[in-house]
Design a protein around this ligand. Structure first.
Ligand code: PEP
Ligand code: MN
Length: 273
């Protein structure tokens, strides 16, 4: 029996809705769609993305300024310059910004530049980071660890909640398994389970689960059918040239097609886009 007092759904408890910007919510009837490149690469890249999705169903823009790379010699992100770019395009195009925080030391310097702190898969077990984020009031998009059990994922959320921050959004992004045909295995059983046992919004990141752009629309439809409250999807103005995660990056047009492609599924499960 899980001892997560705050994350678990009490009998009859409504699902929580997290407001990421005035009037912009995750967990309500409308499916929340957040998209953007894996990494912030330039102002013009981010502006192209924001301009393209202005006045569409896209709720927010993502982009990594600090990148958790497997190899220390690979691109580590534009860091503070990337944060400035995110802030500028977020303000100019009225999009809430989601970006990954890697360290407790970055929270202060990032908090005025982003609307949602993303905790990446590699940091789901970083309890010090989770506790520090729990002391803020910012929405936290908490990704499931690479090999984390559902219990460990719920306890990671509890670390944030128990420090006083109620604004936690869970994100299933695929887990490691034996089959490398897809980058990870999208665990839709976890989506259904988390919706049942917790009251928190649950998003799905099909990009890091699939690792291949041609699988993303199908997984997105499946995620919405399984009850996900939103999608976090990587796209790029020139996908093949993406500095990170190029193989899974959708073109901007494919991303727009994804939004219309999931609409019938959303309707079928009583949600809107
Ligand atoms: C990302 O969102 O670009 C990312 C690094 O994700 P994850 O932590 O799920 O690997
Ligand atoms: Mn990525």
């Amino acid at each position: 029996m899980l001892k997560a007092k705050l994350a678990l759904r009490k009998q009859g408890q409504e699902s929580s809705v997290v407001e990421i910007a005035p009037g912009k919510t995750i967990g309500s009837d409308a499916i929340a769609i957040i998209t953007g490149p894996c990494s912030v690469e330039s102002y013009s890249q981010m502006e192209t993305v924001a301009k393209f999705f202005k006045d569409t169903a896209v709720l927010g823009i993502r982009g990594g300024a600090y990148k958790p790379r497997t190899c220390p010699y690979d691109f580590q992100g534009m860091e503070s310059e990337g944060l400035h770019i995110l802030k500028t395009i977020g303000t100019e195009y009225s999009f809430p910004i989601v970006s990954e925080v890697l360290s407790p030391n970055h929270i202060d310097s990032m908090k005025d530049y982003v609307d949602v702190f993303q905790v990446g898969s590699r940091n789901m077990h970083n309890f010090d980071l989770l506790k520090c984020l729990g002391k803020t009031k910012k929405p936290i998009l908490l990704k499931r660890g690479l090999s984390a059990t559902i219990e460990e994922f719920v306890y990671a959320a509890e670390y944030i909640l128990s420090e006083g921050n109620p604004n936690v959004i869970l994100c299933e992004r695929g887990i490691r398994s034996f089959d490398s045909f897809t980058r990870n295995i999208l665990d839709l059983g976890a989506v259904v389970s988390l919706k049942q046992i917790t009251h928190l919004p649950v998003m799905v990141d099909p990009s890091h689960a699939a690792g291949k752009r041609e699988l993303i629309l199908g997984l997105s439809k499946a995620a919405i059918a399984a009850g996900a409250d939103g999608l976090l999807v990587e796209c790029h103005p020139d996908p093949e040239k993406s500095v990170t995660d190029a193989r899974q990056a959708l073109s901007l047009q494919s991303m727009k097609d994804l939004v219309s492609g999931i609409e019938p599924v959303a309707k079928a499960v009583g949600r809107k886009i």
